[in-house]
Design a binder for this molecule. Structure first.
Ligand code: ATP
Ligand code: MG
Length: 564
């Protein structure tokens, strides 16, 4: 296809991968076909780093009228599981992408790969090595010193063929023998020093069962899988750049003619206060530092979703950070900014009191309820309005009242006035203290009936506006407040210190007996709201009709830097 017409301004916004693709299209490479793939290994749940790869792989295909395959790189039966396959599919769909009927598995190509390996042996380009992994590693040399040849490197082709076949029949123990490519033990690229192609594993595979006893190494399977699927642009992270010559070597041996997948590398996503490696995330789950892969403190897609992140906010974040050729670490505050920005537009403003303090309006009748009019989102009129109940007793936040308040405290204090949002202006007349604890337990106020919301006097200037919930109508809920899982911006930075030492002991605070307005009782899991003056919250999947649970997605402002 032709490159879409871009205005000059749009052109500037192309990332370097898009520039490469556009140039290839202009040069007529692969007859103008654009075909990418997203290749997760099903050994864990997807995280926000994967989202960066997904947005690029699927995004490029969408932008240039091409296709993107979903290919599970399931070459290691030891760690892989269908649970992960299912979750990966769910997460990609949720992010808004579709692979059509192109769901593939590297294991689909086990036979083709085996045949190709056999062919390489026959051509004297691969051999079975009887040495163990340790010995092979010792012979590898260093980047400045060439490696040494294995004593099995020049064994007869027939012998290698026979052994490889018997390796696959299960005649040998795991680790007893491997198949290696015969390339160059003196190459300046360590990956070309007779790399492993196959190893013996006696563990059933989640898709192929007991069929195979030898499994291809990722480095052997990956490039070939791209080739078998007709991938034009194989996009991956920078650490694979040094593997590229090896992929090219295999591709050349396949005698693939003109067509060869083009691998290009971009920078990984790293975030402050976050670990992203699946191995580390698995450890956090298995050792119980978090409550599963979808714990809202996890950087997994399912964790972020449960926390209240939207797919749009993740997309916006990824667009903002962009793609480069340099490793860098992004500030997690930027991710938090993206969700605030998105929810500011989408979330209805509701009333919820997390630390309730009873406030009694002494000049208001005991049995009266007024339904006060309020709008759902000042940013978006189309979200409509609703009525909230007001009565003689309401809850306000404990820290919205202070006995000896300094001048600049614009909330409630004896003798001072505040506005109860969408209701009345009230004045504090008195309060009651629990003798035993010294805590304020009740506040007594009078309201000015002329200041009812909507009436002319309601605009009278007062310094503070508080949110509140009518006691008679309040619903009791549980609220889970999350903070960053690690209290160090670089939890893996110091190799001497275990990353677990940097876990933030206050990353989860559970509040019971919070009071929310009755409208919120109708909310369903994943519904997102702004609790006015408090933050953005969503309904957790643990919620039941009688016991609602809300997660704090993010505070209204970046509370981390201004922590009291
Ligand atoms: P991990 O180190 O978390 O185990 P991985 O690279 O082994 O990650 P894969 O399942 O193999 O995980 O990754 C699938 C794709 O996602 C690959 O193309 C990989 O380059 C990309 N990817 C993984 N982590 C990141 C990241 N942090 N940023 C960008 N892309 C990533
Ligand atoms: Mg990987």
């Amino acid at each position: 296809m032709k490159v879409p017409e871009n205005t000059v301004e749009e052109k500037k916004k192309l990332n370097f991968i898009e520039e490469i693709v556009e140039q290839d299209l202009n040069e007529g490479l692969n007859d103008g076909r654009v075909h990418t793939r997203f290749p997760p290994e099903p050994n864990g749940y997807l995280h926000i780093g994967h989202a960066k790869a997904i947005c690029l792989d699927f995004g490029i295909a969408l932008k240039y009228g091409g296709k993107c395959n979903l290919r599970f790189d399931d070459t290691n039966p030891v760690k892989e599981d269908v649970e992960y396959v299912d979750s990966i599919k769910e997460d990609i769909k949720w992010l808004g992408y579709d692979w059509g009927n192109r769901e593939f598995y590297a294991s689909d190509y086990f036979q083709q790969l085996y045949d190709f390996a056999t062919d390489l042996i026959k051509r004297g380009l691969a051999y079975v090595d009887d040495q163990n992994a340790e010995t092979i590693a010792k012979q590898k040399g260093t980047p400045t010193q060439p490696g040494t040849h294995s004593p099995y490197r020049d064994r007869p082709i027939e012998e290698s063929l026979d052994l490889f076949e018997r390796m696959n029949k299960g005649e040998f123990e795991a680790g007893a023998r491997v198949l290696r490519a015969k390339i160059d033990m003196a190459s300046s690229n360590m990956h070309l020093r007779d790399p492993l192609m196959y190893r013996i594993i006696h563990i059933p595979h989640h898709r192929t069962g007991d069929t195979w006893k030898v499994y291809p190494m990722y480095d052997f399977a990956h490039g070939q899988s791209d080739y078998f699927e007709g991938i034009t642009h194989s996009l991956c992270t920078l650490e694979f750049e040094v593997h590229r010559p090896l992929y090219d070597w295999f591709a050349e041996q396949l005698k693939s003619g003109d067509y060869k997948p083009k691998q290009r590398e971009f920078n990984r996503l790293n975030l402050t206060y976050t670990v992203m490696s699946k191995r580390k995330l698995l450890q956090l789950v298995q050792e119980g530092y978090v409550n599963g892969w979808d714990d809202p403190r996890m950087p997994t897609i399912c964790g972020l979703r449960r926390r209240g992140y939207t797919a749009d906010s993740i997309q916006n974040f990824i667009n903002r950070i962009g793609y480069t050729k340099f490793e860098a670490t992004n500030d997690v505050a930027l991710l938090e900014h993206s969700i605030r920005e998105d929810l500011n537009k989408k979330a209805a403003r509701m009333n919820a009191v997390l630390h309730p303090l009873k406030l009694i309006i002494t000049n208001y009748p005991e049995d009266k309820t007024e339904w006060m009019h309020t709008i759902n989102n000042p940013e978006d009129d189309s979200m409509g309005d609703r009525e909230i109940p007001f009565s003689r007793e309401v809850y306000i936040e404990k820290d919205d009242f202070m006995i000896d308040a300094p001048k600049k405290y614009f909330r409630l204090a004896p003798g001072r006035e505040v506005r109860l949002k969408s209701a009345y202006i009230i004045k504090c007349e008195d309060y009651k203290v629990d003798e035993a604890t010294g805590e304020v337990v009740e506040v007594y106020c009078t309201l000015d009936p002329e200041t009812k919301s909507g009436m002319p006097q309601s605009n009278r200037k007062v310094k503070g506006t508080l949110h509140w919930v009518s006691k008679a109508h309040a619903v009791d809920v549980e609220v889970r407040l999350y903070d960053r899982l690690f209290n160090n911006p670089d939890p893996l930075g110091n190799k001497e210190v275990d990353f677990l030492e940097h876990l933030n002991p206050d990353s989860l605070t559970v509040l019971k007996g919070c009071k929310v307005e009755p409208e919120l009782a109708k909310a369903k899991p994943l519904d997102v709201f702004q609790f006015q003056r408090v933050g953005y919250f969503n309904v957790d999947k643990d919620s039941t009709p009688g016991h609602m649970v809300f997660n704090r997605t993010v505070a209204l402002r970046d509370g981390w830097t201004n922590k009291k």
